[in-house]
Structures are given as structure tokens and as C-alpha cells.
Ligand binder design. Structure first.
Ligand SMILES: C[S@@+](CC[C@H](N)C(=O)[O-])C[C@H]1O[C@@H](n2cnc3c(N)ncnc32)[C@H](O)[C@@H]1O
Length: 207
């Protein structure tokens, strides 16, 4: 775990207004191209994500090939969450206002977060609390690409290279201090002309 604090301004954003205002208009769109969306579903299948699952910073699609038995979707737009055909439950909650995940301790088998980690201003606190809601050995899977809402992404993300973003997400896991060593992988081929898809995932450490 790094002892260095993040540089001043690292988590600043151009749009300093409340997130629920920015996300108030429902966006029933895909934030990745079809190939990258398929890569997310492939990864979830490969990692055998099942059971009680939380889609953190979710919307109307959760990208599972086969929906988990119980899928809670947490995001900022109730209309988007209501439109999610795989969700069995939804929670509207602003993680930048309160980084605690509003679910019981040890209630989830896995947590996924797709193309949204770049918007977190308290990522280490969120990664720590994600571990709390997981059962021992539970997985947290973060996927990300090179597109974003630039006014809402943190400065440190906007200024990082794609490799730097992979390092940053592993740093969030490390600083949270409750995760096994994360795996980082590029899930779309290098040189592929469409959206790149990267993933970083780790298991909650025992204890
Ligand atoms: C680019 S979209 C990705 C949506 C979805 N995960 C997907 O794969 O299409 C970003 C999502 O992050 C959620 N989000 C952004 N800021 C948030 C915050 N402060 N707290 C909770 N969710 C947030 C929004 O509701 C939005 O659905």
C-alpha cells in the first residue's frame, strides 16, 4: 500500500454540481460498443458471477449473459434502474455524497462496476465498503474503457494513460487494504479499432 497521498486536485471535477442533477435525465444508451459490452458479459461468465450480486453505479443494462439469482442495481437515476430487466432490486444512492454502500454486511457474493469507477471522488472508501458487503472470498470486478462523461470524471483519471488507469484501480484496491492481489487484464485485443475494455478484479481478503 502506498503511503503517498494522492496529489492535490486529483479528485477534482470540472462539474462541481451535485451528481443527481447531472444524472437526472435518463440515458437509456450503451456506454460501450457491442464488442466491449460482449467482453464484459464474457468476463462475468468466466468469473462465474452468481448468487447475490450488486451492480454498483448501474443503469438500465448490467451486461450479464445470464442474470444472477438476485441482482441489486445501485445508481443515481431511478428510471434507468427500473428499466433494468436483469435487476431484482434497485437502490438510488449517491456514492460521492456517502461512500458507504447501503447494503448489509456480508450480504453479497459479488459486486461489479462497469465504466463508472472514473466518477468516484472517494474511491478508497467505496472499495473498503464494497469489501464489507461481500461474503469472504467475494469478488469485486471493475471494468473500464477510454470513454467517459469528461466533466464528471476525476482529473486524475482524465490525465492518466490507459495503463495508468489500470494502475490507479489496482491502487484503489491496495489502499483499501482488504483485498487479495488484484488481477488486471485488457479484455479486447490490442489494436482492436473499437472501444478498449479493461478489467481489474480482486477477492475480498479473508478476515
Ligand atoms: C457511464 S454510466 C455506466 C452505467 C452502467 N454501469 C453501464 O455499464 O452502462 C455511469 C453510471 O454511474 C452512475 N453514477 C455516477 N455517479 C454516481 C454516484 N455519485 N453515485 C452512484 N452512482 C453514480 C450513474 O447513475 C450512471 O448510471
Amino acid at each position: 500500500m502506498s503511503a503517498e497521498p494522492f496529489p492535490p486536485g486529483f479528485f477534482d471535477r470540472l462539474d462541481t454540481g451535485p451528481d443527481p442533477i447531472f444524472y437526472a435525465p435518463p440515458r437509456l444508451v450503451l456506454h460501450l460498443d457491442d464488442h466491449a459490452v460482449a467482453a464484459v458479459g464474457d468476463l462475468y461468465e468466466e468469473l462465474e458471477i452468481e448468487g447475490d450480486v450488486l451492480d454498483l453505479m448501474g443503469s438500465w443494462v448490467s451486461h450479464f449473459r445470464r442474470a444472477p439469482r438476485h441482482l441489486t442495481v445501485l445508481g443515481l437515476n431511478a428510471q434507468e434502474l427500473d428499466a433494468n430487466g436483469q435487476a431484482t432490486d434497485s437502490v438510488v444512492h449517491d456514492l460521492n455524497l456517502d461512500p458507504r454502500v447501503p447494503l448489509p454486511t456480508g450480504s453479497q457474493d459479488a459486486v461489479v462496476c462497469c465504466v463508472s469507477v472514473d466518477y468516484l471522488v472517494h474511491p478508497v472508501e467505496v472499495f473498503t465498503d464494497v469489501a464489507r458487503v461481500l461474503r469472504p472470498g467475494g469478488l469485486f470486478v471493475c471494468t473500464f474503457s477510454n470513454r467517459c462523461f469528461p466533466t464528471k470524471a476525476i482529473r486524475g483519471w482524465l490525465h492518466a494513460t490507459e495503463d495508468g488507469r489500470c494502475r490507479l484501480v489496482t491502487e484503489y484496491f491496495a489502499r483499501a487494504g482488504c483485498w487479495d492481489e488484484p488481477v488486471v487484464d485488457r479484455r479486447t485485443p490490442t489494436g482492436h479499432p473499437g472501444d478498449p475494455l479493461y478489467a481489474a478484479w480482486a477477492r475480498r481478503s479473508p478476515g
